[in-house]
Ligand binder design. Structure first.
Ligand SMILES: [Zn+2]
Length: 318
């Protein structure tokens, strides 16, 4: 059966799957890139109950500039439950993400302890902001956790390699980050490092929201069934949506995060770059054009209502 197959693929997918961090800004010393999706255990009726390993993306040094593939499905077609959970999910009508009082520690980001402390504070803001939205989608909210770990660490979704950089693992609802990729350096000062870390966690938390509201299990199925360009398109719908959710949070919390001037620019760099900047080897997170369009719409709407990537024509998820 379809679900059985999808489940059987989980183990393999977990082994192969990469983490999923958004691209670094153009000037970044280490280049990000993309990877394979991961899998989640599908739970048709009660999507929240069984979280499983989930993939994301991996920062890999981009070596080639790939030609963007032609869009495959002009109008996606969906089965009944896929329509319910992907296209008509209640999250789209759950209203705005609220502004929360988000107090982030004024610390340097140079050690693992500091990255963990800052990441935990960012996660706290995300949970408080998304909890009411998820609950208005008629599902229970469960918190996620964030772990600043060394590259090479074992997680419930496999090893966090340096190439992966970070990912969301639905088993245990954990966000794992290779902390060394988030420390400030000569090229990127404290503000850039802080906002880049914020955006990364907000993107990974977007995957947590997708898991909570039942989107990810259906994405996993569609991803497992597709091949080639069609598979990458499914992946982009999923990844663009996670970043779109992140931008809804940033739009709602621009003031509380003091997202102006250099910090606003850092956010825009992170939100817009997608697979193009620097060029990723696999076009699975969305072009600069698509990333920018979804980010701007969500930032303005401050709501996941602007993030229905599943209903969008293929040209909007390039
Ligand atoms: Zn991702």
């Amino acid at each position: 059966m379809r679900r059985g197959l999808a489940t059987a693929l989980v183990g393999l997918a977990v082994v192969l799957s990469a983490g999923c961090t958004p691209s670094r800004a153009p000037a970044a010393a280490s280049a990000p890139s993309a990877t394979t999706p991961s899998t989640t255990t599908p739970s048709p009726v009660a999507p929240l109950v069984t979280p499983t390993p989930k993939p994301s993306r991996a920062p890999v040094a981009p070596k080639t500039v790939r030609a963007r593939p032609k869009a495959t499905e002009a109008t996606p077609t969906y089965r009944s439950l896929e329509k319910t959970y992907l296209v008509r999910n209640k999250i789209y009508s759950a209203g705005r993400v609220p502004a929360v009082t988000c107090e982030l520690p004024q610390i340097e980001l140079t050690t693992r302890k500091e990255v963990q402390q800052y990441a935990s504070a960012v996660l706290g803001c995300l949970q408080r902001a998304w909890k009411p939205v998820v609950e208005r989608s008629d599902v229970a909210f469960f918190p996620a956790k964030v772990y600043a770990v060394n590259a090479g660490s074992k997680t419930r979704c496999g090893i966090l390699t340096k190439e992966l950089g970070g990912f969301y693992c639905s088993e245990g609802s954990g966000i794992y980050l290779d902390w060394q990729q988030f420390v400030e350096d000569d090229a990127h000062g404290r503000e850039w490092a802080g906002v880049y870390l914020q955006f990364t966690i907000a993107h990974e938390f977007g995957h947590h929201v997708q898991q909570l509201v039942g989107i990810s299990p259906y994405f996993d199925d569609r991803w497992a069934e597709a091949t080639g360009a069609a598979r990458l398109e499914q992946m982009r719908r999923h990844e663009l949506q996670a970043s779109c959710f992140a931008s809804a949070f940033f739009g709602a919390n621009q003031q509380t995060l003091d997202l102006y001037y250099a910090k606003l620019q850092a956010y825009l760099d992170a939100a817009r770059s997608g697979d193009d900047d620097p060029p990723a080897t696999t076009p699975d997170h969305g072009s600069r054009e698509s990333s920018t369009a979804w980010a701007e719409a969500a930032f303005k709407a401050k709501s996941p209502s602007a993030c229905n990537t599943w209903a969008a024509p293929a040209k909007r998820v390039t």
